[in-house]
Design a binder for this molecule. Sequence first.
Ligand code: NDP
Length: 477
Amino acid sequence: MHLYKNLIAGEWVGRHGVPNINPSNTKDVVGLYATGSGDDTRTAIAAAKAAFPAWSRSGILERHTILKKTADEILARKDELGMLLAREEGKTLPEAIGETIRSAQIFDFFAGEVLRLAGEVLPSVRPNIGVEITREAIGVIGIITPWNFPIAIPAWKIAPALCYGNTVVFKPAELVPGSAWAIVDILHRAGLPKGVLNLVMGKGSVVGQAMLDSPDLAGITFTGSTGTGKRVASASIEHNRKFQLEMGGKNPMVILNDADLTVAVEAAANSGFFSTGQRCTASSRLIVTEGIHDKFVAALTEKLKTLVVDDALKSGTHIGPVVDERQLAIDTDYIAIGKQEGAKLAFGGETISRDNPGFYLQPTLFTEATNQMRISREEIFGPVVSVIRVKDYEEALAMANDTPFGLSAGIATTSLKHATHFKRNSEAGMVMVNLPTAGVDFHVPFGGRKASSFGSREQGKYAAEFFTVVKTAYTQS
Ligand code: NDP
Protein backbone atom coordinates (compact mmCIF):
# COMPACT_ATOMS: atom_id res chain seq x y z
CA MET A 1 0.00 0.00 0.00
CA HIS A 2 1.23 3.53 -0.87
CA LEU A 3 2.87 5.36 2.06
CA TYR A 4 1.89 9.04 2.43
CA LYS A 5 5.00 10.70 3.81
CA ASN A 6 5.78 13.65 6.04
CA LEU A 7 6.92 16.91 4.46
CA ILE A 8 10.08 18.10 6.19
CA ALA A 9 12.33 20.85 4.76
CA GLY A 10 10.61 20.53 1.40
CA GLU A 11 11.17 16.75 1.07
CA TRP A 12 8.66 13.93 1.47
CA VAL A 13 10.20 11.60 4.06
CA GLY A 14 9.23 8.59 6.17
CA ARG A 15 9.59 4.83 6.15
CA HIS A 16 7.02 3.62 8.66
CA GLY A 17 3.31 4.20 8.48
CA VAL A 18 0.10 3.49 10.34
CA PRO A 19 -3.17 2.54 8.62
CA ASN A 20 -5.91 5.17 8.49
CA ILE A 21 -9.14 3.22 9.19
CA ASN A 22 -12.65 4.12 7.99
CA PRO A 23 -14.98 4.18 11.05
CA SER A 24 -17.99 3.35 8.84
CA ASN A 25 -16.26 0.16 7.68
CA THR A 26 -13.24 -0.97 9.66
CA LYS A 27 -12.23 -3.33 6.81
CA ASP A 28 -11.59 -0.26 4.63
CA VAL A 29 -8.07 1.16 4.99
CA VAL A 30 -7.99 4.73 3.65
CA GLY A 31 -4.20 4.70 3.34
CA LEU A 32 -0.90 4.23 5.12
CA TYR A 33 0.42 7.46 6.68
CA ALA A 34 3.91 8.11 7.99
CA THR A 35 4.43 8.31 11.71
CA GLY A 36 7.12 10.81 12.65
CA SER A 37 9.65 10.66 15.50
CA GLY A 38 10.92 13.26 17.94
CA ASP A 39 13.98 13.73 15.71
CA ASP A 40 11.74 14.27 12.65
CA THR A 41 9.89 16.95 14.61
CA ARG A 42 13.10 18.70 15.66
CA THR A 43 14.38 18.61 12.03
CA ALA A 44 11.08 20.12 10.86
CA ILE A 45 11.30 22.89 13.48
CA ALA A 46 14.89 23.65 12.42
CA ALA A 47 13.79 23.81 8.76
CA ALA A 48 10.94 26.17 9.63
CA LYS A 49 13.32 28.34 11.65
CA ALA A 50 15.76 28.53 8.72
CA ALA A 51 12.94 29.43 6.32
CA PHE A 52 11.49 32.18 8.54
CA PRO A 53 13.71 35.19 7.67
CA ALA A 54 13.01 34.96 3.93
CA TRP A 55 9.32 34.01 4.22
CA SER A 56 8.52 36.72 6.77
CA ARG A 57 9.92 39.28 4.30
CA SER A 58 8.40 37.68 1.19
CA GLY A 59 6.28 39.79 -1.13
CA ILE A 60 2.59 39.95 -0.44
CA LEU A 61 1.79 38.95 -4.03
CA GLU A 62 3.72 35.68 -3.59
CA ARG A 63 1.81 34.85 -0.41
CA HIS A 64 -1.51 35.93 -1.92
CA THR A 65 -0.96 33.76 -5.01
CA ILE A 66 -0.08 30.61 -3.04
CA LEU A 67 -3.08 30.95 -0.70
CA LYS A 68 -5.44 31.71 -3.61
CA LYS A 69 -4.17 28.75 -5.67
CA THR A 70 -4.70 26.53 -2.64
CA ALA A 71 -8.27 27.77 -2.17
CA ASP A 72 -9.01 27.20 -5.86
CA GLU A 73 -7.64 23.66 -5.92
CA ILE A 74 -9.47 22.63 -2.72
CA LEU A 75 -12.72 23.96 -4.18
CA ALA A 76 -12.16 22.26 -7.54
CA ARG A 77 -11.55 18.94 -5.72
CA LYS A 78 -14.29 19.34 -3.10
CA ASP A 79 -16.09 16.08 -3.94
CA GLU A 80 -12.93 13.96 -3.88
CA LEU A 81 -11.53 15.63 -0.73
CA GLY A 82 -14.97 15.47 0.91
CA MET A 83 -15.07 11.74 0.19
CA LEU A 84 -11.62 11.29 1.76
CA LEU A 85 -12.72 13.25 4.84
CA ALA A 86 -15.98 11.28 5.24
CA ARG A 87 -14.04 8.02 4.90
CA GLU A 88 -11.43 8.84 7.52
CA GLU A 89 -13.58 10.71 10.07
CA GLY A 90 -17.10 9.35 9.56
CA LYS A 91 -19.15 12.52 9.11
CA THR A 92 -21.67 12.22 6.28
CA LEU A 93 -20.58 13.00 2.73
CA PRO A 94 -22.61 16.26 2.49
CA GLU A 95 -21.17 17.39 5.84
CA ALA A 96 -17.65 16.48 4.67
CA ILE A 97 -18.03 18.30 1.34
CA GLY A 98 -19.40 21.32 3.25
CA GLU A 99 -16.34 21.29 5.52
CA THR A 100 -14.05 21.06 2.48
CA ILE A 101 -15.74 24.07 0.87
CA ARG A 102 -15.31 25.94 4.13
CA SER A 103 -11.62 25.17 4.13
CA ALA A 104 -11.33 26.63 0.60
CA GLN A 105 -13.23 29.74 1.76
CA ILE A 106 -10.79 30.19 4.66
CA PHE A 107 -7.76 30.05 2.32
CA ASP A 108 -9.56 32.49 0.02
CA PHE A 109 -10.27 34.87 2.91
CA PHE A 110 -6.63 34.92 4.04
CA ALA A 111 -5.42 35.27 0.42
CA GLY A 112 -7.38 38.54 0.59
CA GLU A 113 -6.06 39.47 4.05
CA VAL A 114 -2.46 39.38 2.71
CA LEU A 115 -3.41 42.25 0.42
CA ARG A 116 -4.99 44.20 3.28
CA LEU A 117 -2.01 44.19 5.67
CA ALA A 118 -1.85 47.65 7.19
CA GLY A 119 -0.40 49.63 10.04
CA GLU A 120 -0.97 53.02 11.63
CA VAL A 121 0.96 56.26 11.39
CA LEU A 122 0.46 58.65 14.32
CA PRO A 123 2.05 61.90 15.45
CA SER A 124 4.14 61.62 18.60
CA VAL A 125 3.28 63.70 21.66
CA ARG A 126 6.81 65.10 21.23
CA PRO A 127 7.53 67.59 18.41
CA ASN A 128 9.10 66.44 15.09
CA ILE A 129 8.67 62.77 15.87
CA GLY A 130 6.46 60.31 14.01
CA VAL A 131 5.16 56.96 15.28
CA GLU A 132 4.50 53.89 13.12
CA ILE A 133 2.62 50.88 14.45
CA THR A 134 3.05 47.73 12.39
CA ARG A 135 2.37 44.01 12.79
CA GLU A 136 5.13 41.47 12.20
CA ALA A 137 5.18 37.68 11.94
CA ILE A 138 6.14 36.01 15.22
CA GLY A 139 8.31 33.12 13.95
CA VAL A 140 7.79 29.36 13.79
CA ILE A 141 4.24 28.35 14.70
CA GLY A 142 3.40 24.86 15.97
CA ILE A 143 -0.07 23.76 14.86
CA ILE A 144 -1.72 20.83 16.70
CA THR A 145 -5.21 19.81 15.56
CA PRO A 146 -7.93 17.35 16.66
CA TRP A 147 -9.75 14.70 14.61
CA ASN A 148 -13.26 16.17 14.39
CA PHE A 149 -12.70 18.81 11.66
CA PRO A 150 -9.81 17.27 9.68
CA ILE A 151 -9.69 19.92 6.93
CA ALA A 152 -11.34 23.05 8.36
CA ILE A 153 -9.32 23.38 11.59
CA PRO A 154 -5.94 22.91 9.85
CA ALA A 155 -7.08 25.51 7.28
CA TRP A 156 -8.07 28.08 9.89
CA LYS A 157 -4.66 27.78 11.55
CA ILE A 158 -2.33 27.27 8.54
CA ALA A 159 -3.88 30.00 6.33
CA PRO A 160 -3.42 32.91 8.80
CA ALA A 161 -0.02 31.62 9.94
CA LEU A 162 1.29 31.78 6.34
CA CYS A 163 -0.66 34.92 5.45
CA TYR A 164 1.11 36.97 8.12
CA GLY A 165 4.57 35.57 7.25
CA ASN A 166 5.10 32.83 9.83
CA THR A 167 6.56 29.40 9.09
CA VAL A 168 4.81 26.27 10.32
CA VAL A 169 5.23 22.81 11.80
CA PHE A 170 1.87 21.08 11.58
CA LYS A 171 0.86 17.95 13.51
CA PRO A 172 -2.63 16.65 12.69
CA ALA A 173 -4.53 14.15 14.86
CA GLU A 174 -3.32 10.63 14.26
CA LEU A 175 -6.86 9.43 13.46
CA VAL A 176 -7.28 11.72 10.42
CA PRO A 177 -3.98 12.26 8.58
CA GLY A 178 -5.51 12.00 5.09
CA SER A 179 -7.14 15.44 4.81
CA ALA A 180 -4.09 17.04 6.48
CA TRP A 181 -1.73 15.40 3.99
CA ALA A 182 -3.93 16.52 1.08
CA ILE A 183 -3.91 20.21 2.01
CA VAL A 184 -0.17 20.21 2.72
CA ASP A 185 0.42 18.59 -0.70
CA ILE A 186 -1.74 21.30 -2.34
CA LEU A 187 0.09 24.14 -0.54
CA HIS A 188 3.48 22.59 -1.38
CA ARG A 189 2.62 22.34 -5.09
CA ALA A 190 1.18 25.87 -5.01
CA GLY A 191 4.78 27.05 -4.60
CA LEU A 192 5.67 27.37 -0.90
CA PRO A 193 9.46 27.63 -0.47
CA LYS A 194 11.03 24.66 1.30
CA GLY A 195 10.76 24.61 5.07
CA VAL A 196 7.92 27.17 5.21
CA LEU A 197 5.31 24.49 5.91
CA ASN A 198 6.31 21.17 7.46
CA LEU A 199 3.96 18.26 8.08
CA VAL A 200 4.84 15.81 10.85
CA MET A 201 2.17 13.16 11.24
CA GLY A 202 2.48 10.85 14.22
CA LYS A 203 1.54 10.41 17.84
CA GLY A 204 0.65 13.31 20.12
CA SER A 205 2.82 11.84 22.86
CA VAL A 206 5.84 11.82 20.49
CA VAL A 207 5.50 14.50 17.78
CA GLY A 208 3.19 16.79 19.79
CA GLN A 209 5.36 16.47 22.89
CA ALA A 210 8.53 17.26 20.90
CA MET A 211 6.81 20.44 19.72
CA LEU A 212 5.85 21.37 23.28
CA ASP A 213 9.42 20.78 24.43
CA SER A 214 11.06 22.86 21.68
CA PRO A 215 12.56 26.25 22.58
CA ASP A 216 12.33 27.26 18.90
CA LEU A 217 8.57 27.56 18.49
CA ALA A 218 7.42 31.17 18.85
CA GLY A 219 3.79 30.09 19.21
CA ILE A 220 1.55 27.05 19.45
CA THR A 221 -2.05 27.09 18.31
CA PHE A 222 -3.94 24.08 19.61
CA THR A 223 -7.45 22.67 19.32
CA GLY A 224 -8.36 19.56 21.27
CA SER A 225 -9.15 18.36 24.75
CA THR A 226 -8.83 20.39 27.93
CA GLY A 227 -6.22 17.96 29.30
CA THR A 228 -3.83 18.34 26.36
CA GLY A 229 -4.56 22.08 26.25
CA LYS A 230 -3.27 22.43 29.81
CA ARG A 231 -0.03 20.67 28.81
CA VAL A 232 0.37 23.07 25.88
CA ALA A 233 -0.16 25.99 28.25
CA SER A 234 2.35 24.92 30.90
CA ALA A 235 5.03 23.98 28.34
CA SER A 236 4.50 27.30 26.55
CA ILE A 237 4.87 29.33 29.74
CA GLU A 238 8.10 27.42 30.40
CA HIS A 239 9.43 28.48 26.97
CA ASN A 240 8.02 32.00 27.13
CA ARG A 241 6.03 31.59 23.91
CA LYS A 242 2.56 32.58 22.74
CA PHE A 243 -0.19 29.99 22.86
CA GLN A 244 -3.78 29.82 21.77
CA LEU A 245 -6.14 27.08 22.96
CA GLU A 246 -9.56 25.98 21.72
CA MET A 247 -10.91 23.20 23.87
CA GLY A 248 -14.19 21.60 24.86
CA GLY A 249 -17.74 22.76 25.37
CA LYS A 250 -20.96 21.80 27.15
CA ASN A 251 -23.07 24.12 25.11
CA PRO A 252 -26.58 24.99 26.28
CA MET A 253 -29.59 25.63 24.11
CA VAL A 254 -32.44 27.35 25.93
CA ILE A 255 -35.95 26.69 24.60
CA LEU A 256 -38.58 29.12 25.87
CA ASN A 257 -42.37 28.69 25.97
CA ASP A 258 -42.77 31.19 23.12
CA ALA A 259 -40.31 29.39 20.78
CA ASP A 260 -41.38 28.32 17.32
CA LEU A 261 -41.47 24.55 17.96
CA THR A 262 -40.24 23.60 14.48
CA VAL A 263 -37.29 26.02 14.69
CA ALA A 264 -36.40 24.76 18.18
CA VAL A 265 -36.56 21.07 17.22
CA GLU A 266 -34.55 21.54 14.02
CA ALA A 267 -31.89 23.56 15.84
CA ALA A 268 -31.65 21.04 18.69
CA ALA A 269 -31.52 18.00 16.38
CA ASN A 270 -28.88 19.65 14.22
CA SER A 271 -26.59 20.88 16.95
CA GLY A 272 -27.04 17.90 19.24
CA PHE A 273 -26.71 15.04 16.78
CA PHE A 274 -25.35 16.04 13.37
CA SER A 275 -21.68 15.24 12.80
CA THR A 276 -22.45 12.49 15.36
CA GLY A 277 -22.41 15.11 18.14
CA GLN A 278 -18.65 15.35 17.69
CA ARG A 279 -18.46 19.12 17.49
CA CYS A 280 -17.04 21.33 20.23
CA THR A 281 -20.03 23.62 19.52
CA ALA A 282 -22.63 20.81 19.80
CA SER A 283 -25.64 21.49 22.06
CA SER A 284 -25.46 18.82 24.71
CA ARG A 285 -27.74 20.57 27.24
CA LEU A 286 -31.27 21.47 26.18
CA ILE A 287 -32.71 23.73 28.87
CA VAL A 288 -36.46 23.85 28.35
CA THR A 289 -39.10 25.92 30.18
CA GLU A 290 -42.00 23.92 31.58
CA GLY A 291 -44.72 25.36 29.33
CA ILE A 292 -43.20 23.85 26.19
CA HIS A 293 -41.18 20.99 27.74
CA ASP A 294 -43.46 18.02 27.00
CA LYS A 295 -44.38 19.22 23.49
CA PHE A 296 -40.72 19.83 22.69
CA VAL A 297 -39.54 16.44 23.98
CA ALA A 298 -42.31 14.66 22.02
CA ALA A 299 -41.47 16.53 18.79
CA LEU A 300 -37.70 16.03 19.19
CA THR A 301 -38.21 12.31 19.86
CA GLU A 302 -40.32 12.04 16.68
CA LYS A 303 -37.56 13.82 14.77
CA LEU A 304 -34.89 11.45 16.14
CA LYS A 305 -36.92 8.46 14.88
CA THR A 306 -36.48 9.80 11.32
CA LEU A 307 -32.69 10.18 11.50
CA VAL A 308 -30.80 7.42 9.70
CA VAL A 309 -27.56 6.24 11.32
CA ASP A 310 -25.42 4.47 8.73
CA ASP A 311 -22.29 4.48 6.59
CA ALA A 312 -21.08 8.07 6.11
CA LEU A 313 -20.78 7.54 2.36
CA LYS A 314 -24.33 6.20 1.82
CA SER A 315 -26.83 8.69 0.47
CA GLY A 316 -29.67 9.17 2.95
CA THR A 317 -27.44 8.84 6.03
CA HIS A 318 -28.07 11.65 8.54
CA ILE A 319 -25.63 10.51 11.23
CA GLY A 320 -22.38 8.68 10.51
CA PRO A 321 -20.47 6.47 12.95
CA VAL A 322 -18.57 7.53 16.04
CA VAL A 323 -14.94 8.20 15.10
CA ASP A 324 -13.35 5.14 16.74
CA GLU A 325 -13.69 2.41 19.33
CA ARG A 326 -12.23 4.54 22.11
CA GLN A 327 -14.73 7.37 21.60
CA LEU A 328 -17.59 4.84 21.30
CA ALA A 329 -16.58 3.39 24.70
CA ILE A 330 -16.59 6.93 26.18
CA ASP A 331 -20.08 7.57 24.78
CA THR A 332 -21.54 4.28 26.03
CA ASP A 333 -19.92 4.78 29.46
CA TYR A 334 -21.65 8.16 29.73
CA ILE A 335 -24.97 6.58 28.71
CA ALA A 336 -24.56 4.12 31.60
CA ILE A 337 -23.63 7.00 33.92
CA GLY A 338 -26.74 8.96 32.86
CA LYS A 339 -28.97 6.00 33.73
CA GLN A 340 -27.23 5.51 37.10
CA GLU A 341 -27.61 9.22 37.88
CA GLY A 342 -31.38 8.90 37.43
CA ALA A 343 -31.91 10.65 34.09
CA LYS A 344 -34.64 9.05 31.96
CA LEU A 345 -33.49 7.49 28.69
CA ALA A 346 -36.09 8.93 26.30
CA PHE A 347 -34.52 7.74 23.05
CA GLY A 348 -31.63 5.60 21.78
CA GLY A 349 -28.81 4.49 24.04
CA GLU A 350 -27.77 1.39 22.08
CA THR A 351 -24.92 0.60 19.69
CA ILE A 352 -26.18 -0.71 16.35
CA SER A 353 -24.97 -2.99 13.54
CA ARG A 354 -24.97 -2.05 9.89
CA ASP A 355 -23.90 -3.88 6.70
CA ASN A 356 -20.24 -3.07 7.38
CA PRO A 357 -18.44 -3.28 10.72
CA GLY A 358 -18.31 0.24 12.17
CA PHE A 359 -18.83 2.27 15.35
CA TYR A 360 -22.56 2.98 15.14
CA LEU A 361 -24.52 4.48 18.02
CA GLN A 362 -28.17 5.57 18.20
CA PRO A 363 -28.79 9.27 18.82
CA THR A 364 -29.43 9.31 22.55
CA LEU A 365 -31.72 11.64 24.47
CA PHE A 366 -31.97 11.85 28.24
CA THR A 367 -34.84 13.73 29.88
CA GLU A 368 -35.46 14.62 33.55
CA ALA A 369 -31.73 15.42 33.79
CA THR A 370 -30.36 17.96 36.24
CA ASN A 371 -27.55 20.39 35.58
CA GLN A 372 -25.51 18.77 38.37
CA MET A 373 -25.37 15.32 36.76
CA ARG A 374 -22.07 14.34 35.14
CA ILE A 375 -23.84 13.93 31.78
CA SER A 376 -24.75 17.64 32.01
CA ARG A 377 -21.37 18.89 33.25
CA GLU A 378 -18.73 16.87 31.39
CA GLU A 379 -18.15 16.96 27.65
CA ILE A 380 -19.15 13.60 26.13
CA PHE A 381 -18.33 14.44 22.49
CA GLY A 382 -20.89 12.05 21.06
CA PRO A 383 -24.58 11.98 20.03
CA VAL A 384 -25.79 12.12 23.65
CA VAL A 385 -27.96 15.03 24.81
CA SER A 386 -29.67 15.90 28.12
CA VAL A 387 -32.95 17.78 28.49
CA ILE A 388 -33.23 19.83 31.68
CA ARG A 389 -36.64 21.22 32.72
CA VAL A 390 -36.74 24.76 34.17
CA LYS A 391 -39.41 27.15 35.43
CA ASP A 392 -38.71 30.30 33.45
CA TYR A 393 -36.21 32.36 31.44
CA GLU A 394 -34.30 33.56 34.50
CA GLU A 395 -33.67 30.01 35.71
CA ALA A 396 -32.75 28.94 32.16
CA LEU A 397 -30.16 31.70 31.78
CA ALA A 398 -28.59 30.94 35.16
CA MET A 399 -28.38 27.25 34.27
CA ALA A 400 -26.99 27.95 30.79
CA ASN A 401 -24.13 29.87 32.43
CA ASP A 402 -23.64 27.32 35.23
CA THR A 403 -20.94 25.28 33.48
CA PRO A 404 -17.14 25.22 33.49
CA PHE A 405 -17.24 25.83 29.71
CA GLY A 406 -18.21 28.84 27.59
CA LEU A 407 -17.88 28.17 23.88
CA SER A 408 -21.32 28.52 22.28
CA ALA A 409 -24.85 29.06 23.63
CA GLY A 410 -28.23 29.23 21.94
CA ILE A 411 -31.77 30.33 22.61
CA ALA A 412 -35.00 29.52 20.75
CA THR A 413 -37.55 32.25 21.37
CA THR A 414 -39.81 34.68 19.53
CA SER A 415 -39.31 37.29 22.25
CA LEU A 416 -36.98 40.14 21.25
CA LYS A 417 -36.63 41.04 24.92
CA HIS A 418 -35.37 37.59 25.93
CA ALA A 419 -33.19 37.17 22.82
CA THR A 420 -31.53 40.54 23.48
CA HIS A 421 -31.06 39.82 27.19
CA PHE A 422 -29.59 36.38 26.42
CA LYS A 423 -27.10 37.77 23.87
CA ARG A 424 -25.89 40.27 26.47
CA ASN A 425 -25.80 37.95 29.47
CA SER A 426 -24.67 34.60 28.13
CA GLU A 427 -21.17 33.72 29.32
CA ALA A 428 -20.24 32.09 25.99
CA GLY A 429 -17.94 33.30 23.25
CA MET A 430 -20.59 32.74 20.58
CA VAL A 431 -24.36 33.18 20.97
CA MET A 432 -27.03 31.92 18.56
CA VAL A 433 -30.67 33.02 18.44
CA ASN A 434 -33.06 30.57 16.75
CA LEU A 435 -30.06 28.76 15.27
CA PRO A 436 -28.08 25.64 16.16
CA THR A 437 -25.15 26.31 18.53
CA ALA A 438 -22.91 24.68 15.91
CA GLY A 439 -22.35 26.07 12.43
CA VAL A 440 -20.37 29.29 12.17
CA ASP A 441 -19.15 31.66 9.45
CA PHE A 442 -15.54 31.60 8.24
CA HIS A 443 -14.95 35.38 8.20
CA VAL A 444 -15.75 36.28 11.83
CA PRO A 445 -14.09 35.41 15.15
CA PHE A 446 -14.44 31.93 16.63
CA GLY A 447 -13.72 31.06 20.25
CA GLY A 448 -15.00 30.78 23.77
CA ARG A 449 -14.56 31.74 27.41
CA LYS A 450 -13.77 29.94 30.68
CA ALA A 451 -12.38 26.39 30.19
CA SER A 452 -13.28 26.37 26.48
CA SER A 453 -10.60 28.70 25.19
CA PHE A 454 -7.48 30.60 26.08
CA GLY A 455 -5.85 33.43 24.19
CA SER A 456 -7.02 35.56 21.32
CA ARG A 457 -9.75 34.55 18.87
CA GLU A 458 -9.28 32.46 15.74
CA GLN A 459 -10.55 33.29 12.23
CA GLY A 460 -11.53 36.46 10.47
CA LYS A 461 -9.36 39.53 10.89
CA TYR A 462 -9.11 38.79 14.63
CA ALA A 463 -6.67 35.96 13.76
CA ALA A 464 -3.95 38.62 13.32
CA GLU A 465 -3.81 39.02 17.10
CA PHE A 466 -2.22 35.60 17.60
CA PHE A 467 -0.19 35.29 14.41
CA THR A 468 1.52 38.69 14.62
CA VAL A 469 3.31 40.85 17.12
CA VAL A 470 2.92 44.63 17.20
CA LYS A 471 5.93 46.91 16.71
CA THR A 472 5.94 50.61 17.61
CA ALA A 473 8.66 52.61 15.79
CA TYR A 474 9.57 56.27 16.50
CA THR A 475 11.36 58.48 13.95
CA GLN A 476 12.70 62.00 14.52
CA SER A 477 12.69 64.07 11.35
P1 NDP B 1 -6.71 15.56 22.12
O1 NDP B 1 -6.41 16.67 23.04
O2 NDP B 1 -6.49 14.18 22.57
O3 NDP B 1 -5.86 15.71 20.79
C1 NDP B 1 -5.72 16.94 20.13
C2 NDP B 1 -4.37 16.96 19.45
O4 NDP B 1 -3.36 16.99 20.46
C3 NDP B 1 -4.10 15.72 18.59
O5 NDP B 1 -3.37 16.10 17.45
C4 NDP B 1 -3.25 14.89 19.53
O6 NDP B 1 -2.44 13.95 18.84
C5 NDP B 1 -2.42 15.95 20.20
N1 NDP B 1 -1.79 15.52 21.44
C6 NDP B 1 -2.13 14.49 22.25
N2 NDP B 1 -1.24 14.41 23.29
C7 NDP B 1 -0.35 15.40 23.12
C8 NDP B 1 0.81 15.84 23.85
N3 NDP B 1 1.23 15.24 24.96
N4 NDP B 1 1.49 16.90 23.39
C9 NDP B 1 1.09 17.54 22.27
N5 NDP B 1 0.05 17.16 21.53
C10 NDP B 1 -0.68 16.11 21.94
O7 NDP B 1 -8.18 15.79 21.59
P2 NDP B 1 -8.96 14.95 20.46
O8 NDP B 1 -8.22 14.93 19.18
O9 NDP B 1 -9.33 13.65 21.07
O10 NDP B 1 -10.24 15.88 20.18
C11 NDP B 1 -11.38 15.81 20.94
C12 NDP B 1 -11.42 16.95 21.93
O11 NDP B 1 -11.11 18.19 21.30
C13 NDP B 1 -12.77 17.16 22.52
O12 NDP B 1 -12.66 17.29 23.91
C14 NDP B 1 -13.30 18.46 21.90
O13 NDP B 1 -14.15 19.20 22.68
C15 NDP B 1 -12.06 19.20 21.63
N6 NDP B 1 -12.26 20.08 20.48
C16 NDP B 1 -12.40 21.43 20.68
C17 NDP B 1 -12.64 22.28 19.65
C18 NDP B 1 -12.72 23.76 19.86
O14 NDP B 1 -12.57 24.52 18.90
N7 NDP B 1 -12.95 24.26 21.06
C19 NDP B 1 -12.78 21.78 18.28
C20 NDP B 1 -12.59 20.37 18.16
C21 NDP B 1 -12.34 19.55 19.23
P3 NDP B 1 -2.95 12.43 18.59
O15 NDP B 1 -4.17 12.50 17.78
O16 NDP B 1 -1.84 11.83 17.84
O17 NDP B 1 -3.17 11.86 19.96
